[in-house]
Design a protein around this ligand. Structure first.
Ligand SMILES: Cc1cc2nc3c(=O)[nH]c(=O)nc-3n(C[C@H](O)[C@H](O)[C@H](O)COP(=O)(O)OP(=O)(O)OC[C@H]3O[C@@H](n4cnc5c(N)ncnc54)[C@H](O)[C@@H]3O)c2cc1C
Length: 433
């Protein structure tokens, strides 16, 4: 064998040794990501709810940087060597993917919203099609605390300009106590305008739903009532502490437990109907977010304090008899999380005969939890009534009684869009900024 043939063989062997493992790895990764995309499509998690990365495929070079940088996890993935939106519903618009793309191939926006039935029609000053009814924050389609705060402050300014030095006859009604409602209500108070501020729940909005100690990424925000928030990251607890400080300082007329139910046109303004009161006003600011209201079971005893619609801290429940209701990912995650705590007896009640729309990972975790006796599933069962120390369940036509300390219900949320439509709000085209 000549020397040159030998060097060709060595060269080819080296290329083979490096490229084949790479191609195998690439192919495996591609298949995994494709499977994740298929699963996201199956459970509907691929569809974005708010602003999201819009990829220019003609620019994408498939480097994969954008798939690794998102603080919310796997929003993007590489399929066929191009970036693809996998879990669009997880995107909250941080824009880190856009900033890290070396070829400028990502924009973050809402895309074509002309046919979206979940984005209200808004004018440039965030007024809806109803005069003096404004929509701010995530409800309008844009996520992020910074956007919510800026929009809240902006609408407060618009209302002040409209009033032109006049005091309104009735207090301005702000509904929603997430960052958007907070910024608007506090700005109005700083302008010495009368405000009634309502929420179905406590102040905090979606921030309250974050997991314990979650790090929240923010770009600099001028938060009304507080000032500049300049740190890049705040823990959930730090954010709620800031809320608390603002409450201490301004003592706003905030009323929790008011769920907005209806709104009618009335003379010069509107009459707001909440679960607790009828309120007249000229100006309405809706800061309802997009996560809606937890769906209730509507059974006797559901109002008891042992019943909850979210689980933030599984570790704080130990040695308890717990019922988890639901068949989605949140129910499974809660049941598995609670089932692994010391001394808990966890029953998972679901009205259907099998779980069909859950992530494969959750399916596997649940199977393991059932096998280990951490979770007892009750298929084809519905809760009939809740008492202080027990719960009555119809299980395949037979009533059973379970000793019970806590109930977590994950029956989904009622999105706010139906309510908005019933108020007369139009959807479809928008000029949100
Ligand atoms: C897991 C997760 C992580 C996130 N991380 C970040 C992050 O790192 N950085 C960031 O900037 N943003 C982040 N966000 C997004 C951010 O939390 C939201 O964009 C922001 O909270 C929107 O504020 P909002 O005031 O519009 O609505 P929300 O905060 O959703 O508040 C809406 C309020 O309206 C109330 N409400 C709803 N319906 C009714 C009704 N019918 N009657 C009365 N009250 C009602 C609700 O109870 C709630 O208090 C994250 C979101 C999630 C889900």
């Amino acid at each position: 064998m000549t020397e040159s043939v030998l060097s060709w063989i060595i060269g080819a062997a080296l290329i083979f040794a490096f490229t084949v493992p790479y191609l195998i790895k690439w192919n495996r990764k591609h298949k995994q990501t494709k499977a994740k995309l298929d699963e996201a499509i199956r459970i509907g998690a691929n569809k974005p709810l708010m602003q999201h990365p819009i990829i220019d495929l003609s620019r994408c070079i498939g480097c994969g940087i954008c798939t690794r940088v998102c603080p919310e996890g796997e929003v993007l993935g590489l399929v066929g060597g191009k970036a693809v939106l996998i879990n669009g519903s997880k995107c909250v618009g941080h824009e880190v993917c856009k900033e890290s793309c070396p070829v400028g191939g990502i924009e973050v926006g809402l895309g074509d919203i002309s046919s979206r039935e979940d984005i209200p029609t808004l004018g440039p000053n965030l007024e809806s099609n109803l005069e003096n009814v404004f929509i701010i924050g995530e409800m309008g389609g844009l996520a992020l605390i910074r956007n919510a705060v800026n929009q809240g402050a902006r609408v407060a300014n618009s209302i002040r300009e409209r009033l032109d030095g006049r005091k309104p006859e009735h207090p301005i009604v702000v509904i929603g106590a997430g960052p958007a409602g907070l910024a608007c209500a506090i700005s109005l108070i700083e302008m010495d305008l009368p405000v009634v501020w309502l929420d179905q729940s406590e102040p905090g909005g979606t921030v309250l739903q974050y997991p314990r100690r979650k790090l929240v990424m923010v770009q600099p925000i001028d938060l009304p009532g507080y000032g500049m928030m300049n740190k890049k990251e705040y823990s959930k607890e730090e954010l709620l502490e800031i809320w608390e400080q603002i409450f201490q300082k301004y003592k706003p007329d905030f009323q929790g437990g008011h769920q907005l139910q209806a709104m009618e046109k009335h003379e010069d303004g509107y009459v707001i109907q909440t679960s607790q009161a009828r309120i007249e006003t000229e100006y309405v600011v809706l800061a309802l977010g997009r996560r809606g209201t937890p769906r209730k079971l509507g059974v006797p005893g559901e109002e008891m304090s042992k019943v909850a619609y979210k689980l933030l801290d599984a570790e704080s429940y130990q040695l308890q008899n717990i019922l988890v209701v639901g068949g989605g990912d949140s129910a499974i995650e809660a049941a598995v999380g609670l089932g692994q705590q010391i001394g808990n007896t966890v029953t998972l009640s679901y009205r259907k005969a099998a779980f069909t729309r859950i992530k494969t990972r959750n399916q596997e975790q649940l199977e393991k939890a059932i096998k280990n006796g951490w979770v007892n599933p009750l298929f084809e069962s519905t809760v009939k009534s809740i008492a202080i120390d027990h719960v009555t369940i119809d299980h395949q036509g037979e009533d059973i009684k379970l000793i019970n300390d806590y109930i977590f219900i994950f029956a989904g949320g009622v999105p706010p869009f139906g309510l908005m439509e019933s108020l007369g709000i139009e959807f479809g085209t928008s000029t949100i900024s």
